[in-house]
Each structure stands twice: as C-alpha cells, then as structure tokens.
Design a protein around this ligand. Structure first.
Ligand code: ATP
Length: 234
C-alpha cells in the first residue's frame, strides 16, 4: 500500500533521513521506533508532501507521492495526525471534526463519519460543543485523530499520539488505534513509547540517526536485546 524506497531528506545540512526503505501493507499497523531526532516526524511529513526536497521514492497505491503538493495527499486516502495534535483551539469538537472533511464537504455520509468518531471516542460525544483548546491533552489527541478519520483515510499516519499523556489515556488511545485498524484502516505509527507501539503494531522498524537499523515483527522486536535495552527499559 505504502512503499518508501531509499528515501533521503536534508533540511540544508546533513541528511536527516538517509536511504530509508519501509513498507506498510494493506490492513497492517506498522510502528516506527526511534529516539528524539531520529527522523520519525520527518518521515511522516515527507509522506504527507510537507517536505519538498526529498530524494528517493514514496509510492502509495501505485501513485508516486514525492513532488505532489501537500493538499493533494489526503484525497489519495492518507490522513495525518501531526505531532503536538494542532487542533483548532477556538473551534468546538464538532467544528474541528468537520474541518477534517473539508475536502469532501459535499459527501453525503458526513453524519455517519461523525458517528464513527464519536463511537470510537465516547468522551468526544460528551464534549461536542466544547472548544478544543479547553480540553485535556488526551481529549485533544482524540479530536486530532477524529479529525483525520473524517477524511475517510485508507492509511493513517500517527505522530507520537501518546506524547505527554497519562497512562490511562494512553491505554484508551491504544484501544482506539487497534479498533481503527480492525475497521480496515492501515496505520503508520511513530512512537517513542515502544511498549505502546509494539503492543498495537504488527511489525516495526527502528530508526536511528536517519537510518533503519532493525525491522521485524513486533514480537521479534520485543525480544531483541538492543530494543529491550534502548526502548523497553529492560
Ligand atoms: P522528535 O521525537 O524529537 O520529534 P524525530 O525522530 O521525530 O524526533 P525529526 O523531528 O524528524 O525527528 O527531526 C530529525 C532532525 O531533523 C533533527 O535533528 C531536527 O533538528 C531536524 N529538523 C527537523 N525539522 C527541521 C527543520 N524544519 N529545519 C531544520 N532542521 C530540522
């Protein structure tokens, strides 16, 4: 579904991503683990067309993505939940969700899309009219994921959804990511929280200083001594 081959990116200095290759098959949840500055956010931003000077190949369902304008990427079926969530703080939950369907505003199934999000995150149903800026970090993350789902993506890019959140909220998000995947959406999940990532993903890649240094099933990564030491604190 998504194939990244030999991707290199620099912001003007040395490469931040260097010869990265990875894939997400239809129906999979794939995790990308890595410490700060490994290049995880840059990888997702490149797939979303937000990094103009990338070299290599990124192909989504036979469409090459590099060089495409960012606004054309959601129409292909890719939703992006950015690091830091970036909800619209002075807009309600419902208005934030509707912004996610902006490109499809004439779609006839918007009510069903909203129902799907509110079923996934019942907390948002209780807060339909609350300004997103006044919500907790976890609730804002739910709004950000819900907003991306409103575009009906086939592939969801999630950037550090658990960042800064209490364990109980992380648990709730974990359940929701599993459910989204069971509904048929493929997921590329970037996380520093390796325990969360490997418990929800089928497979994973470890990114270090812009290189993929290890990949495998979540089970094999969980058992890898280097991953256990560096990312699982074992
Ligand atoms: P984090 O978890 O801290 O966000 P990350 O793995 O997502 O880390 P990136 O955000 O992709 O890493 O950053 C990788 C490297 O690229 C870092 O050294 C960062 O300083 C650099 N970088 C990111 N964005 C820019 C930019 N717009 N201009 C210049 N350098 C950048």
């Amino acid at each position: 579904m998504l194939e990244v081959s030999n991707l290199s990116v620099s912001y003007g200095g040395p490469d931040v991503l260097s010869g990265v290759s990875l894939e997400v098959k239809a129906g999979e949840t794939v995790a990308v683990l890595g410490a700060n500055t490994a290049g995880k956010t840059t990888l997702l931003r490149t797939v979303s067309g937000l990094i103009p000077k990338a070299r290599g190949n990124v192909v989504f369902e036979n469409s090459p993505l590099l060089g495409r304008p960012a606004h054309s990427i959601p129409k292909l079926g890719i939703g992006h939940v950015p690091e830091g969530r970036h909800v619209f703080p002075r807009m309600s939950t419902m208005d934030n969700l509707m912004m996610g369907a902006y490109g499809d505003r004439r779609a006839t199934d918007l009510g069903a899309r909203v129902d799907r999000v509110l079923t996934l995150f019942p907390r948002l149903a209780e807060r339909r009219t609350q300004m997103a800026g006044s919500m907790s970090g976890g609730e804002q993350q739910m709004v950000a994921i819900g907003r991306a789902l409103m575009g009906n993506p086939k592939l969801l890019l999630l950037d550090e959804p658990s960042h800064g959140l209490a364990p109980i909220v992380v648990e709730e998000l974990h359940r929701a990511i599993g459910e989204i995947n069971r509904q048929g959406v493929s997921v590329l999940l970037v996380e520093q929280n390796a325990i969360l990532a490997l418990s929800v993903a089928h497979r994973g890649y470890v990114l270090e200083a812009g290189h993929v240094v290890l990949s495998g099933t979540s089970q094999s990564l969980k058992a890898d001594p280097g991953v256990r030491r560096a990312y699982l604190g074992v």
